[in-house]
Design a protein. Structure first.
Length: 113
């Protein structure tokens, strides 16, 4: 199961978005879920929105702290990414994800492990 955190629907602040992702990571760890898809959008000017930028910064920090295993953008959510293949092999139902192989820069995949 790939859990979806839809930050775009919420029209939230950066702090609220980061808190929502952090809560979902803890919930998914407890439930044994391996991956989360965060829908954050890409920003209205095509350079990446502030939530995308700040989310990726905190995910890098959480990865260094061992809170998450890894993360990557939607442009790498495809069969050419070894981590994406690993996630898919751990849960075959994720193959049906609508963003898989779509090169969507408005999402981030978080691998909890």
């Amino acid at each position: 199961m790939l859990v979806l955190v839809d930050l775009k629907k919420e029209h939230c602040t950066v702090d609220y978005a980061i808190a929502q992702v952090e809560i979902e990571i803890e919930r998914c760890k407890f439930a044994g879920i391996k991956a989360i898809k965060v829908l954050h959008g890409y920003g209205s000017h095509g350079k990446g929105g502030v939530i995308l930028i700040e989310l990726r910064k905190i995910l890098l920090y959480w990865k260094k702290q061992g809170i998450i295993k890894d993360f990557f953008g939607g442009d790498k959510w495809n069969l050419s990414n070894p981590l994406a293949i690993k996630i898919l092999n751990e849960d075959k139902t994720i193959y049906n994800d609508e963003d898989f192989n779509k090169n969507n820069p408005g999402i981030t995949i978080i691998y909890i492990g």
